[in-house]
Design a protein around this ligand. Structure first.
Ligand code: PGA
Length: 250
């Protein structure tokens, strides 16, 4: 039976009180085969970590490609690490499309994160236009190859991939389980080419995941979990997603 990871990306949502309330209201389940993670606003990382680190893994949504220094408004990997945080998202499609992050920048961030021993969820995915022009696999290949340029197999073993088709993020349009599975199988094949023996790399699906579709997604051979935005902001819905995933082990 494969292991499952359920990661919640809260994006730029919630006040500190709301974040605390949501943490208290979620029914977390964690065991050897099921891991949950929460990515809150970086403003709240320390406070959420101090209160809830026994419930789940807490991670950062982003880090700077730079070391510490004169980079107003940025957050360094070293600072994140100094809080006791172990994991960061890198290359989320909103970072790429709104803040102009290129594959090359994503690569620099991965290097910075690994220099500070952070685990990484690397997000990749094609836009609607790219899918319609049948460029999906070329885009995924470029995102993987360029993001992982000169990353050693040892560092790669600390990376989880999240496949998030941009057209499915926050739109209510989930990729069908078959479309997601096809992309995941392609990604797995690519990773095996780059890092022979890496077939156990976790590949999460993201994009309008909810309690009504999590079961069919997790039933796919190459889908090892989910990165969940909107549905993770509702305690009932996220708890339901966790419970459905956990049923796979009963
Ligand atoms: P969504 O977001 O679940 O709201 O589509 C997913 C994500 O952006 O990680």
């Amino acid at each position: 039976m494969k292991k499952i990871i359920l990661a919640a990306n809260w994006k730029m949502n919630l006040s500190l009180n709301e974040a605390n309330d949501l943490m208290k209201a979620i029914d977390f389940v964690n065991h050897d085969n099921l891991k949950t993670m929460i990515f809150p606003s970086s403003l709240f990382l320390k406070s959420i970590l101090d209160k809830f680190s026994d419930k789940t893994i807490i991670g950062s949504q982003n880090i700077s490609e730079f070391e510490n220094g004169a980079y107003t408004g940025e957050i360094s990997a070293e600072q994140v690490k100094s809080l006791g945080i172990t994991t960061t998202l890198i290359g989320h499609s909103e970072r790429r499309s709104i803040f102009g992050e290129s594959n090359n920048l994503v690569n620099l961030k991965i290097k910075r994160a690994r220099a500070n021993h952070l685990n990484i969820i690397l997000c990749i995915g094609e836009s609607l236009e790219e899918r319609e022009q049948e460029k999906t696999y070329d885009i995924l290949e470029a995102q993987i190859v360029e993001a992982l340029d000169s990353i050693s197999s040892e560092d790669f073993s600390s990376i989880i991939i999240a496949y998030e088709p941009v057209w499915a993020i926050g739109t209510g349009k989930t990729a069908t389980a078959e479309i997601a599975q096809d992309a995941h199988a392609f990604i797995r094949k690519m990773l095996e080419k780059l890092y022979p023996g890496s077939e156990k790399t976790e590949i999460l699906y993201g994009g309008s995941v909810k309690s009504s579709n999590i079961e069919s997604l997790l039933a796919q051979k190459d889908i090892d979990g989910a990165l969940i935005g909107g549905a993770s902001l509702k305690a009932d819905e996220f708890s339901k997603i966790i419970a459905i995933a956990n049923q796979r082990f009963s």
